[in-house]
Design a protein around this ligand. Structure first.
Ligand SMILES: O=C(O)C(=O)C[C@H](O)[C@H](O)COP(=O)(O)O
Length: 212
Protein backbone atom coordinates (compact mmCIF):
# COMPACT_ATOMS: atom_id res chain seq x y z
CA UNK A 1 0.00 0.00 0.00
CA UNK A 2 1.20 3.48 -0.88
CA UNK A 3 2.62 5.28 2.17
CA UNK A 4 0.62 8.46 1.55
CA UNK A 5 -2.61 6.44 1.62
CA UNK A 6 -1.46 4.71 4.79
CA UNK A 7 -0.95 8.12 6.40
CA UNK A 8 -4.39 9.31 5.25
CA UNK A 9 -5.94 6.30 6.93
CA UNK A 10 -4.05 6.93 10.13
CA UNK A 11 -5.09 10.61 10.26
CA UNK A 12 -8.68 9.43 9.68
CA UNK A 13 -10.41 12.74 8.98
CA UNK A 14 -9.11 14.88 6.13
CA UNK A 15 -9.99 18.59 6.32
CA UNK A 16 -11.28 19.83 2.96
CA UNK A 17 -10.17 23.42 2.61
CA UNK A 18 -11.26 26.29 0.39
CA UNK A 19 -8.75 29.12 0.72
CA UNK A 20 -9.55 32.48 -0.84
CA UNK A 21 -6.22 33.92 0.28
CA UNK A 22 -2.92 32.07 0.34
CA UNK A 23 -1.91 34.35 3.19
CA UNK A 24 -4.20 32.30 5.47
CA UNK A 25 -2.49 29.00 4.62
CA UNK A 26 0.18 29.22 7.32
CA UNK A 27 -2.25 30.11 10.14
CA UNK A 28 -4.59 27.34 9.06
CA UNK A 29 -1.78 24.78 8.79
CA UNK A 30 -0.70 25.69 12.31
CA UNK A 31 -4.16 24.94 13.75
CA UNK A 32 -4.43 21.67 11.82
CA UNK A 33 -1.05 20.53 13.15
CA UNK A 34 -1.81 21.65 16.73
CA UNK A 35 -5.30 20.14 16.66
CA UNK A 36 -4.06 16.70 15.60
CA UNK A 37 -5.20 16.48 11.97
CA UNK A 38 -1.92 17.04 10.09
CA UNK A 39 -3.47 16.90 6.62
CA UNK A 40 -5.34 19.11 4.19
CA UNK A 41 -7.13 18.62 0.90
CA UNK A 42 -6.71 22.07 -0.61
CA UNK A 43 -9.39 22.42 -3.24
CA UNK A 44 -8.68 23.83 -6.68
CA UNK A 45 -11.84 25.88 -6.41
CA UNK A 46 -9.91 29.06 -5.86
CA UNK A 47 -6.88 30.67 -7.47
CA UNK A 48 -5.13 30.55 -4.10
CA UNK A 49 -4.93 26.73 -4.07
CA UNK A 50 -1.48 26.31 -5.61
CA UNK A 51 0.22 28.93 -3.51
CA UNK A 52 -1.54 27.64 -0.37
CA UNK A 53 -0.23 24.12 -1.02
CA UNK A 54 3.27 25.52 -1.52
CA UNK A 55 3.12 27.45 1.77
CA UNK A 56 1.79 24.52 3.81
CA UNK A 57 4.39 22.16 2.34
CA UNK A 58 7.15 24.63 3.09
CA UNK A 59 6.10 25.60 6.62
CA UNK A 60 4.91 22.18 7.81
CA UNK A 61 7.09 19.41 6.37
CA UNK A 62 5.28 16.82 8.50
CA UNK A 63 1.90 17.78 7.14
CA UNK A 64 0.24 15.70 4.41
CA UNK A 65 -0.95 18.23 1.87
CA UNK A 66 -3.01 17.20 -1.15
CA UNK A 67 -5.18 18.85 -3.77
CA UNK A 68 -8.94 18.49 -4.11
CA UNK A 69 -11.52 19.32 -6.79
CA UNK A 70 -8.91 18.38 -9.39
CA UNK A 71 -10.64 18.27 -12.77
CA UNK A 72 -7.83 18.09 -15.31
CA UNK A 73 -4.33 16.75 -15.92
CA UNK A 74 -3.13 20.33 -16.08
CA UNK A 75 -4.37 20.87 -12.51
CA UNK A 76 -2.67 17.64 -11.37
CA UNK A 77 0.61 19.01 -12.74
CA UNK A 78 0.15 22.39 -11.06
CA UNK A 79 -0.80 20.72 -7.77
CA UNK A 80 2.14 18.32 -7.71
CA UNK A 81 4.57 21.06 -8.82
CA UNK A 82 3.38 22.99 -5.77
CA UNK A 83 4.09 19.95 -3.59
CA UNK A 84 0.72 18.17 -3.35
CA UNK A 85 1.24 14.58 -2.21
CA UNK A 86 -2.19 13.26 -3.21
CA UNK A 87 -4.99 14.15 -5.60
CA UNK A 88 -8.73 14.02 -4.95
CA UNK A 89 -11.41 14.53 -7.59
CA UNK A 90 -15.18 14.77 -7.25
CA UNK A 91 -15.76 12.36 -10.14
CA UNK A 92 -13.92 9.74 -12.17
CA UNK A 93 -12.02 11.46 -14.95
CA UNK A 94 -10.10 8.74 -16.85
CA UNK A 95 -7.45 11.20 -18.11
CA UNK A 96 -6.73 12.41 -14.57
CA UNK A 97 -6.70 8.88 -13.13
CA UNK A 98 -4.47 7.52 -15.92
CA UNK A 99 -1.99 10.36 -15.53
CA UNK A 100 -1.80 9.95 -11.74
CA UNK A 101 -1.45 6.16 -11.87
CA UNK A 102 1.28 6.33 -14.51
CA UNK A 103 3.20 8.92 -12.45
CA UNK A 104 2.77 7.14 -9.10
CA UNK A 105 0.67 9.98 -7.70
CA UNK A 106 -1.93 8.76 -5.18
CA UNK A 107 -5.42 9.56 -6.52
CA UNK A 108 -8.80 9.00 -4.91
CA UNK A 109 -11.41 9.66 -7.60
CA UNK A 110 -15.04 10.22 -6.69
CA UNK A 111 -17.42 7.34 -7.36
CA UNK A 112 -21.06 6.49 -6.63
CA UNK A 113 -21.76 3.30 -8.59
CA UNK A 114 -20.46 -0.27 -9.11
CA UNK A 115 -19.45 0.71 -12.65
CA UNK A 116 -17.18 3.44 -11.35
CA UNK A 117 -15.70 1.13 -8.71
CA UNK A 118 -14.85 -1.32 -11.47
CA UNK A 119 -13.23 1.46 -13.48
CA UNK A 120 -11.11 2.23 -10.40
CA UNK A 121 -10.24 -1.47 -10.04
CA UNK A 122 -9.09 -1.53 -13.67
CA UNK A 123 -6.55 1.15 -12.78
CA UNK A 124 -5.43 -0.76 -9.70
CA UNK A 125 -6.98 1.68 -7.23
CA UNK A 126 -8.06 0.33 -3.86
CA UNK A 127 -9.21 3.59 -2.23
CA UNK A 128 -11.95 5.69 -3.82
CA UNK A 129 -13.82 8.76 -2.69
CA UNK A 130 -17.58 8.38 -2.20
CA UNK A 131 -19.06 11.74 -3.12
CA UNK A 132 -21.35 13.40 -2.16
CA UNK A 133 -21.62 10.93 0.69
CA UNK A 134 -24.76 11.87 2.59
CA UNK A 135 -27.02 12.81 -0.35
CA UNK A 136 -25.86 9.67 -2.21
CA UNK A 137 -27.01 7.29 0.52
CA UNK A 138 -24.40 7.59 3.23
CA UNK A 139 -22.99 4.62 5.09
CA UNK A 140 -25.89 2.36 4.12
CA UNK A 141 -25.05 2.87 0.45
CA UNK A 142 -21.32 2.39 1.04
CA UNK A 143 -21.92 -0.92 2.83
CA UNK A 144 -24.14 -2.15 0.00
CA UNK A 145 -21.65 -1.02 -2.66
CA UNK A 146 -18.69 -2.51 -0.79
CA UNK A 147 -19.92 -6.08 -0.51
CA UNK A 148 -19.00 -7.31 -4.02
CA UNK A 149 -15.61 -5.55 -3.83
CA UNK A 150 -13.77 -6.92 -0.78
CA UNK A 151 -10.55 -5.02 -1.51
CA UNK A 152 -12.05 -1.57 -2.08
CA UNK A 153 -12.04 1.12 0.62
CA UNK A 154 -13.96 4.37 0.70
CA UNK A 155 -13.24 7.97 1.57
CA UNK A 156 -16.72 9.49 2.00
CA UNK A 157 -16.98 13.26 1.68
CA UNK A 158 -19.98 15.58 1.51
CA UNK A 159 -22.36 16.13 4.39
CA UNK A 160 -20.10 14.61 7.03
CA UNK A 161 -19.75 16.38 10.37
CA UNK A 162 -18.91 15.77 14.02
CA UNK A 163 -22.42 14.40 14.52
CA UNK A 164 -22.23 11.53 11.97
CA UNK A 165 -18.50 10.91 11.46
CA UNK A 166 -18.30 8.29 14.23
CA UNK A 167 -20.55 5.83 12.43
CA UNK A 168 -18.53 6.15 9.23
CA UNK A 169 -15.18 5.70 10.99
CA UNK A 170 -16.47 2.64 12.83
CA UNK A 171 -16.99 0.81 9.51
CA UNK A 172 -13.97 -1.21 8.44
CA UNK A 173 -14.44 -0.30 4.77
CA UNK A 174 -13.96 3.40 5.48
CA UNK A 175 -10.41 4.46 4.78
CA UNK A 176 -10.84 8.04 6.01
CA UNK A 177 -13.55 10.71 5.96
CA UNK A 178 -13.26 14.07 4.27
CA UNK A 179 -15.06 17.17 5.42
CA UNK A 180 -15.05 20.92 5.62
CA UNK A 181 -17.02 21.30 8.84
CA UNK A 182 -13.98 22.17 10.99
CA UNK A 183 -12.39 24.52 8.44
CA UNK A 184 -15.35 26.41 6.99
CA UNK A 185 -14.51 29.20 4.60
CA UNK A 186 -16.19 31.85 6.76
CA UNK A 187 -14.10 30.82 9.79
CA UNK A 188 -10.91 31.16 7.75
CA UNK A 189 -11.92 34.44 6.13
CA UNK A 190 -12.92 35.98 9.45
CA UNK A 191 -9.72 34.78 11.14
CA UNK A 192 -11.61 32.60 13.62
CA UNK A 193 -8.68 30.24 14.14
CA UNK A 194 -9.63 29.46 17.75
CA UNK A 195 -12.87 27.94 16.51
CA UNK A 196 -10.97 25.97 13.85
CA UNK A 197 -8.56 24.68 16.50
CA UNK A 198 -11.41 23.59 18.73
CA UNK A 199 -13.29 21.76 15.91
CA UNK A 200 -10.08 20.13 14.63
CA UNK A 201 -9.22 18.95 18.15
CA UNK A 202 -12.72 17.53 18.56
CA UNK A 203 -12.40 15.71 15.22
CA UNK A 204 -8.98 14.22 15.98
CA UNK A 205 -10.37 13.13 19.36
CA UNK A 206 -13.16 11.24 17.58
CA UNK A 207 -10.61 9.42 15.39
CA UNK A 208 -8.68 8.35 18.51
CA UNK A 209 -11.87 7.26 20.25
CA UNK A 210 -13.16 5.15 17.35
CA UNK A 211 -9.93 3.75 15.97
CA UNK A 212 -8.03 2.84 19.12
O1 LIG B 1 -14.89 18.92 -5.06
C1 LIG B 1 -14.21 18.12 -4.43
O2 LIG B 1 -13.22 17.52 -4.86
C2 LIG B 1 -14.56 17.91 -3.09
O3 LIG B 1 -13.72 17.40 -2.39
C3 LIG B 1 -15.87 18.30 -2.60
C4 LIG B 1 -15.81 18.41 -1.12
O4 LIG B 1 -15.23 17.25 -0.64
C5 LIG B 1 -17.11 18.56 -0.47
O5 LIG B 1 -17.79 19.63 -1.03
C6 LIG B 1 -16.96 18.76 0.98
O6 LIG B 1 -18.18 18.54 1.51
P1 LIG B 1 -18.65 19.16 2.89
O7 LIG B 1 -17.76 18.58 3.96
O8 LIG B 1 -20.06 18.72 3.02
O9 LIG B 1 -18.47 20.63 2.75
Amino acid sequence: MNQVLVKLRKIGIIPVVVLDNAKDAEALGKELMKGGLPAAEVTFRTDAAEESIRIMEDKFPDMLVGAGTVLSVEQVKRATDAGAKFIVSPGFNPDVVRYCVSHDIPITPGIQTPTEIEMALDYGLTVVKFFPAEPAGGLKMIKALASPYPNTYFMPTGGISATNVREYLACNRIWACGGSWMVKKDMINSGNFDKIYSLVTEASGIVKEIRK
